[in-house]
Design a protein around this ligand. Structure first.
Ligand SMILES: C=C(O[C@H]1C=CC=C(C(=O)O)[C@@H]1O)C(=O)O
Length: 459
């Protein structure tokens, strides 16, 4: 089993200065690969370019290995961050399970990979900040300060942030899809959902989340920055992420409504999110669908299995746990049942202890976890890679925030592979679950299909 390794060793030097906010696309395009973006509803937007340090790991102990490597990286630092949001953080993610990155399109993705950006633009409530980080032999204070001065000049020459309308007018169009292939035919889907339902009715399983993948050939080059901007406008209250492995040929990205866990000090916030319906054509229809979802036994059962399990998994770490009221979370393309859960820890912990304990929640795995995972591996004819796995950041104090990487895809210049899944319980109907998968492709598919599109891939 590979151990986590840092390609450089501490100490770390980090310098930050305030800058005028550039246009997102201009900043994204000027940053070197590997690029990272991270944005959460209650967090700053971060754009990272290059790697001052890269932590990778694989195997069953990948969470512990990354925790150790991050702790070592942050052990000794000479940091002038200027603002909290620009403090050194490593950004990245994990594979769904061991061996999940073996097949296409996951070749360039390790089973765990976190990057301390070399150059980082942070856009926070208190302004825009530019940071240069260096680790090991590069960690010379005057070299870092010189590099920061050069980066400040480079960023000062970029276009300023436009109004949303002006930015939209200047963006490349959506690429369009010339051809698409599914991993799973409707017939194969009916069979595997039917088999899962039988196992649930026999008492062998309680729930399993089965997913599909959709590979789309793009009719034009994938417009990376424009896609991220459009997702930000359409999904402002989702976690949005972009991770490039080495080489920058492809990237894993998405806009997920599901937080896995955030830890600040001893305060934990997490969500149970499961149970889905569509959006209505009118506000009244939306309300009707939301009420139907709240009253629907199958969806409430599917949701409660997640909420209960998240509470149970936090229990060993917590001095107290409280769950909010179950309600409907409305997104641009779907509505979900949502229960916010908070806890106070009984001792200091690293965020990765919680990530490891919670992943995979039954919103993306199932119950009992081992049997559900075995069912997923036997049933799904593709590798999940980082789909439905934890993505997020870690800081020097062991705080962090992780989201569940759903509503996601891997994209290269002319191809994208999209992933989406559904929770199967005893009264799941294969055709309704099929339709729900198609709804869950929408956030990414909407950004790929051409604007005039007769090229829809998911009907
Ligand atoms: C597994 C996915 O969604 C999960 C999150 C919210 C609702 C879900 C559901 O209702 O089935 C899924 O558990 C996905 O979008 O790929």
């Amino acid at each position: 089993m590979e151990r986590a390794r840092s390609r450089s060793s501490p100490p770390l030097v980090s310098r930050t200065t305030a800058v005028d906010e550039p246009a997102f696309a201009a900043a994204f395009d000027v940053l070197p690969s590997p690029r990272t973006t991270w944005s959460a509803p209650d967090d700053a937007l971060v754009l990272g370019g290059g790697a001052a340090a890269t932590l990778t790991a694989s195997g069953g102990d990948r969470f512990a290995a990354i925790r150790e490597a991050a702790t070592e990286l942050f052990e000794s630092g000479d940091v002038h961050a200027g603002t909290e949001a620009a403090r050194p953080r490593v950004f990245g993610g994990f594979a769904f399970h061991e061996g999940a990155c073996d097949g296409d399109p996951w070749g360039p993705f390790p089973e765990a990979r976190f990057v301390l950006p070399r150059v980082q633009l942070t856009i926070a409530d208190n302004g825009a900040w530019l940071t240069v980080n260096a680790v090991g032999p590069d960690a010379d204070v005057s070299a870092v300060e010189d590099r920061l001065a050069r980066e400040v000049d480079r960023f000062a020459a970029l276009d300023r942030r436009d109004s949303a309308d002006a930015a939209d007018a200047g963006r490349p169009p959506r690429p369009g899809i010339s051809e698409s292939r599914r991993t799973t035919s409707r017939e194969a889907w009916r069979e595997s959902v039917g088999a899962a339902v039988d196992r649930i009715r026999d008492g062998d399983l309680r729930k399993v989340v089965l997913a599909q993948a959709l590979e789309a050939d793009l009719a034009a080059d994938f417009p990376r920055a424009a896609t991220l901007e459009r997702l930000a406008e359409k999904y402002p209250d989702c976690h949005r992420y972009w991770f490039e492995p080495d080489g920058g040929e492809s990237a894993f990205f998405g806009a997920t409504p599901e937080r896995l866990v955030s830890l600040r000090g001893r305060t934990v916030e997490t969500d149970a999110l499961a149970g889905t319906t569509g959006r209505g054509e009118t506000p009244a229809e939306d309300e009707w669908l939301a009420q139907e979802l709240l009253d629907d036994e199958k969806n409430v059962h599917e949701h409660e299995l997640v909420a209960e399990t998240v509470r149970d998994q936090l229990e060993p770490f917590a001095a107290s746990i409280s769950a909010g009221e179950r309600r409907v979370r409305r997104l641009a393309t779907v509505q979900h049942l949502h229960t916010p859960i908070t806890a106070e820890l009984d001792a200091d912990r690293h965020v990765l202890d919680l990530v490891e304990a919670l992943h995979p929640t039954p919103a993306v795995g199932g119950l009992p976890p081992d049997r559900a995972l075995a069912t997923i591996r036997e049933t799904e004819p593709f590798d999940r890679g980082w789909y439905a796995a934890p993505v997020g950041w870690i800081d020097a104090a062991g705080n962090g925030a992780f989201a569940v990487a759903i509503r996601s895809a891997v994209a290269s210049r002319r191809r994208a592979t999209l992933f989406a899944g559904v929770g199967i319980v005893s009264d799941s109907d294969p055709d309704r679950e099929w339709d729900e998968v198609q709804l869950k492709y929408r956030p990414i598919l909407d950004e790929l299909e051409g604007d005039g599109a007769g090229d829809s891939a998911d009907r």
